[in-house]
Design a protein around this ligand. Structure first.
Ligand code: SAM
Length: 246
C-alpha cells in the first residue's frame, strides 16, 4: 500500500492510544447500566468525561497515522524545497527510517549523494529495516544517488567536514539523555562542511538543540514556530556553520 510506504511513526504509542481510547469508550458505555450512576447528574457527567477522553485518544491516534502516511510527506517536500539544493551536495539524513527525507533530497540531486543512517528501531517506526528503505529507494528511482549506513547516531562514522547538509526528522528525541542528544549535535557539527547547514525537526527538546548549536558557535541558529501540519506538531531548528574567513 503506497500510503504506508514510509511506515507509521511510534507504532506502539499509536496502539496504546487506540487501546486506551477503546477501553475508556467501553467503560463509558458500560456505565449506563450501572444504577445509580446513570440516574444522577454527577454520574452522567463522569460518563460524558470518560467517553470524551476515549474519543480524544482515538482522535490523536488517527491524526498520528494520517500524519505518518500523508502530512509528513508534505512537510518533507516543503523543507527540502526550501534548501534550494544545487544538485552536487552531500547530504546526511540522521535516523532516516524508511528514508522519506533522504529520498526527497536525492530527487533534487544530480552529482550529489544523500546518505541515510539508522539503527532500525522497530518501536520507532513500523516496518523499520534497511530492506524496507531500499525498497523505497528503488520505487522512487534514486538508487544511484543514495546510500544507507547502519549505525548509531551518537557515533557518526564519517570524516570531519564531509557533508553540505545534515537533516534529521523526529529522531533525536528517541535518545533519553540530554548528554546523548548533545553528542549527536556535536557529531553533526564535526562532519558538516564550513558553510554547510544542519536541520533538526522534532516535537521535543528543540530549545535544547538550538541552545547547543548556539554554544558551538553556529551561525544563524533559528528555531521555528510550531508546525501543526503533522501530529505531534514539530519545530525546525536550523543552523549554518561559519565559513572560514579568507
Ligand atoms: C520516528 S522515526 C523517524 C524516521 C525518519 N526520520 C522519518 O522522518 O520518517 C525515528 C528513527 O530514529 C531511529 N533511531 C533511534 N535511535 C537511533 C540511534 N541511536 N541511532 C540511529 N538511529 C536511531 C529509529 O530507528 C527510527 O528510524
Amino acid at each position: 500500500m503506497k500510503f504506508l510506504q514510509y511506515g507509521i511513526d511510534a507504532p506502539y504509542a499509536v496502539t496504546h492510544l487506540i487501546l486506551a481510547g477503546l477501553a475508556l469508550m467501553g467503560v463509558g458505555w458500560a456505565m449506563q447500566f450501572v444504577y445509580p450512576v446513570a440516574m444522577t447528574k454527577i454520574g452522567l457527567m463522569i460518563t460524558f468525561f470518560i467517553v470524551g477522553a476515549g474519543w480524544s485518544l482515538l482522535y490523536t491516534a488517527a491524526l498520528m497515522v494520517f500524519s505518518s502516511c500523508f502530512s509528513k510527506r508534505h512537510l518533507a517536500k516543503k523543507i527540502i524545497a526550501k534548501l534550494q539544493l544545487q544538485g552536487n551536495e552531500s547530504i546526511l539524513d540522521i535516523g532516516c527510517g524508511s528514508g522519506l527525507f533522504m529520498i526527497e533530497a536525492a530527487k533534487k540531486l544530480s552529482t550529489g549523494k544523500a546518505i541515510g543512517l539508522d539503527c532500525w528501531v522497530k518501536k520507532d517506526q513500523l516496518k523499520n529495516s534497511p530492506y524496507h528503505t531500499l525498497r523505497n529507494i528503488d520505487r522512487e528511482n534514486v538508487y544511484d544517488k543514495t546510500a544507507l549506513v547502519t549505525g548509531d547516531m551518537r557515533y557518526l562514522p564519517f570524516k570531519d567536514h564531509y557533508f553540505d547538509v545534515i537533516i534529521s526528522n523526529l529522531a533525536l528525541h528517541n535518545l533519553s539523555s540530554s548528554q546523548a542528544r548533545t553528542k549527536v549535535i556535536e557529531e553533526a557539527v564535526r562532519i558538516v562542511k564550513p558553510g554547510g547547514r544542519i536541520l533538526f525537526i522534532d516535537f521535543q527538546y528543540t530549545k535544547e538543540y538550538s541552545t547547543e548549536l548556539s554554544k558551538i558557535l553556529m551561525k544563524n541558529v533559528h528555531r521555528s514556530k510550531l508546525n501543526f501540519i503533522v501530529c505531534p506538531p514539530v519545530r525546525l531548528v536550523s543552523a549554518e556553520v561559519q565559513s572560514p574567513k579568507i
